[in-house]
Design a protein. Structure first.
Length: 207
């Protein structure tokens, strides 16, 4: 583990290691719902995957599931009356910009912030999705895609580069972020193509 990491992060990683994926699930849920642990989930996925590469898929999956569930809680709460919370967390011009984004790109407005690391203001977009009554199916699909790409990519880099992966990510942060966004965009296009193919087959099957 690199010496430059804060002592409390090292202590948390050490304490979390015995719980593996279940500890990741709990922390990811709390981070995406009622608390905030910037970048901590990524560090945990990374270091546990470095320690046990054969369990990387499990670690990434549990972290993604915890985060998705936490996002779902915030989304449902915001759907019932989160407009005031959104106004408190975002400036008026930010709210107007988010409204325009949701009007044009509902799916990508959730999926892209979901894949980006801090300081991207992800929770604002989750609250906005509830406030603007984004369909649950669209919301979950976007969050699953964004969070899945993020944590599987972190796990892959951990397995590929080992402890040097932190250095690789810090030195190539922009490229890694662009790769994550590109993977989300590809996933989005594949989903759109699959949806259109189903729609094209539907009239034929009803004949």
């Amino acid at each position: 583990m690199p010496a430059q990491l804060p002592a409390w992060v090292k202590a948390l990683v050490t304490a979390l290691a015995p719980y593996g994926g279940w500890g990741l699930f709990a922390i990811a849920f709390l981070d995406s719902s009622f608390l905030t642990f910037p970048i901590l989930n990524d560090l945990f996925v990374f270091w546990l995957s470095v320690r046990r590469p054969e369990r990387m898929l499990f670690y990434a999956t549990m972290t993604a599931l915890g985060s998705i569930l936490g996002c779902l809680v915030i989304y449902l709460l915001a759907k019932k009356g989160g407009q005031a919370v959104l106004r408190r967390k975002a400036r008026p011009e930010q709210v107007e910009r988010i409204v325009r984004w949701y009007e044009r790109y509902k799916f990508l407005t959730i999926a892209i912030p979901a894949v980006l690391p801090p300081p991207a203001p992800f929770k604002i977009f989750i609250i906005a999705a509830g406030v603007f009554q984004v369909r649950l199916r669209h919301f979950l699909t976007a969050v699953v895609l964004g969070r899945g790409v993020r944590y599987y990519l972190v796990g892959f880099l951990a397995v590929r580069y080992g402890e040097q992966g932190i250095t690789f990510i810090s030195q190539n942060f922009l490229q890694v972020s662009l790769l994550a966004v590109a993977l989300v965009a590809v996933g989005f296009l594949l989903l759109r193509l699959a949806s259109r193919a189903r729609a094209a087959r539907s009239p034929q099957s009803s004949r």
